[in-house]
Each structure stands twice: as structure tokens, then as C-alpha cells.
Design a protein around this ligand. Sequence first.
Ligand code: IMP
Length: 432
Amino acid sequence: MSNLIVLGAQWGDEGKGKIVDLLSEKFDAVARYQGGHNAGHTVLIGEQKFVLKLIPSGVLRRGIQAVIGNGVVIDPAALLEEISALEALGVNVRSQLRISNRAHVIFPFHRTIEKISEGRVDRKIGTTSRGIGPSYEDKIARRGIRIADLVDVDFPRLYRALAEDKQLIADTFKISEKIDFEEILEQYTEFADQIRPMVCDTAHLLNSMIREGKSILFEGAQGTMLDIDFGTYPFVTSSSAAAGGACTGTGVAPTKIDGILGVSKAYITRVGEGPFPSEDLTELGEKIRREGNEYGSVTGRPRRCGWFDVPLLRYTAEVNGFDSLIITKLDVLDDLEEVPVCVAYEVDGKVMTQMPASTRRMEAIKPIFERVAGWKESTRVSGRWSDLPEKAKQYLKFLEEKTGVEIGSVSNGPGRDETLIVPGSRLEKLLG
Ligand code: IMP
């Protein structure tokens, strides 16, 4: 078995949680490499629904090592809450979860700072308000606090230095919300005691496992178009969601990665502000939102809906080097007469198939659509690729030809067993 990265090929919410949960039985460890509790993975097992935010969904399988890597930012309160919720459902989290001592910590004042920048209409990103961006800001500015420091006796000294900095910001910007720095110190000292037994050098842990011949699944959060470098900047998240982030966010070298799988919906959604070339603002877009239940699993916000975007997918396939694509939520399109697919962009009067970088040009994109015949039949067939309606297969073939990436698997319903693997695909081979 190999070491694989699974990540979102669009703007997040592609259904990675279910895919990772499904694949994880074939792996010894599942590792998260970036983001924080801004992510939301919903996994349906039988009748039971699990929403995971920080903890890799691999934890739902007994015996699998779940790892939160150094590239993640951790709000200890959110982490402990998630652990308790999973324990109440019978998941043995504490024995399976290991947290990187090099991951950075989110404090309540990060949320306060985010609220202020999001309150500026001209700068609003539409974030999840979890303090993610301001915590990464501290990391890059080299003043952040890492988990290793949180669980160390030196924590109060380091914390007070950071608090002094934040007090200065609060005074300068006349922030009216009261921040009780000493109360936070007390709370976080308690959190540290609870978290300490799960903290270790996860880079060493993962590399030791690889040396022993064990296999790791790297789980991306958000999606490539929200990546800090390759996404629709500045309407992005603050971490490296693309495949490269799996190495910097866990300490496992690129030479140890055997394959990269992209997850994409059969259409596309986005939450928050920012350009969205193939967005459908008509009644049809509403219908997709209703039938696909397109509401954020963390914030509950309605997701913006649109059509599969070929130039976008070609771009994310290029920067990630996808070996294979997994298409999710195909069943949501089951009763459409025809399915629009964005095949090219028109920008400033010119047809293009590449992704522009400038915000103005991104916003100026006029999508060029082709319409593919719908199948008007249920794709929720029971476990065999050959049972899929012929016209649905033709739709997938169309996407495959246009994007140049193999479609190796299709998810055709929310259940663990509603996923088809394409026989003879590279994906099938990678999974062994
Ligand atoms: P932040 O990650 O909270 O800073 O939010 C930045 C942008 O990323 C916003 O547009 C959010 O809506 C989006 N975002 C963050 N996490 C997710 C996710 O898990 N799924 C989809 N969008 C997300």
C-alpha cells in the first residue's frame, strides 16, 4: 500500500470527509496537514452522522492513527469539544489521536481581530470567523505560540509576550471588546493539561511508520482554489491546501508520496466572497442547493452553486499533479434534462482556458458553457460501475476528456457504501 494525498480540487466542501473515511480502512494513519476548525467533514455511518472539524476522519476507524500535523492551527477549546462529542458517540479518540508539537495555537483574541478586519466592508473575505487567518499571521510573523510551548512550563512567559502585542493592537485600534488576557492564560493552562498526553513529534511518528512499511493517507482541508498561493487570492484561506502543503504541513518528504487524488463535485460550490465564474444565480442554482443540501457544515451558510468548471479543474490538476479524480454528488444531477459545463472563459473579449491571476480579471470572467445531455435516471445504483446509467457515464467521460485527468471513482450517495471505483483505473491500482 502506498502513501496518498487526498484533497479538494475546487473551493472546498467537495465531500472529502466521506472519501477519506472510506479509503482510510486501507491505511495505517490519516494525517491532516493544514487549516483548522474552519473545515467541516460530514461522515454518515449507517444512521449516525459525524461532523469532524479538526480531527482527521480516519479516527472513526478503530486502530487507525489519526494525526494533526504541524501545518494545522489548533483552537484547544474546539479540539476538546470535538473529542468529547466523538467520545460520546463511542469513538476512542484519545488513544488514536496524536497532535504535532509544532502546530500553532489559536487564542480567543485571534477571533476578535478577525471580526474587526471582516467588519470592513471593502476587505471582507467572508471567513468562518474561527480565528484561522490571524493565527497564521502570528505564525508567519514569528510570534505565534506552538503546541510544544503551550504544554511547556515556559508557556506563561511566551503567552504574556504575545498578549502584550495584542493589547497594543487593541489599544491602537480602540477595540471595545474586552479581552481578559489572564483568564485566557488560566483556561489555556488547563487545556494544556488535557492535550499533553496526545502531543508528540508527529513528523517523526509518520516517518517512522513509513520506515516500517506502513501507509499514510494525507487529508487536505478546504480546497485548492482556497489555497493561499494558488487560490482566488485574497478570497482564500490562510494555509497551503494544495498538495505541496501535505509535505510542509506534516514533515514527510515529497519522495515518500506515491499518489495524489483530487476530489471534485459533479458541479461546484463555494462559500464566502470571491470570484466564481460558473455560478448559477437562477432557479436552477437554487434547485442544486436544495437537492445537494448545500449548506456549510461549520457555519450553516448557504453555499453558492454553479457548474463544473473545466479550466479551473485543469488548473488545480496541474498545480497538484492529480493521478486520479473522485467525482462526488453525481446523484444530485440525476433529474436534469441537460447539464451545463463551463469549458472556457472569456476575459476582456478574449477566449482563454487558463486561470487568470489578477482579481479584476478573475471577476471579469464570462463563462462559456457547453450543455451535456442529462440522464434522467437514478445513479444511486448498488455498488457496480457497470450499473451506472450510460448517459451519466458519458457525462463523466466528457469531464475526463476535457480536463485530461482520469476519473477513478464516483460517489453516488451519502452512505459509506455508495461509492463506485472505476475498474482498471489508476486509482484502483493505487489502492492496491
Ligand atoms: P477562513 O478559512 O475562515 O479564514 O475563511 C477564508 C475563506 O475560506 C472563506 O471564503 C471561507 O468561506 C472559506 N472556507 C474556509 N474553510 C472552508 C471549508 O472547509 N469549506 C469551504 N470553504 C471554506
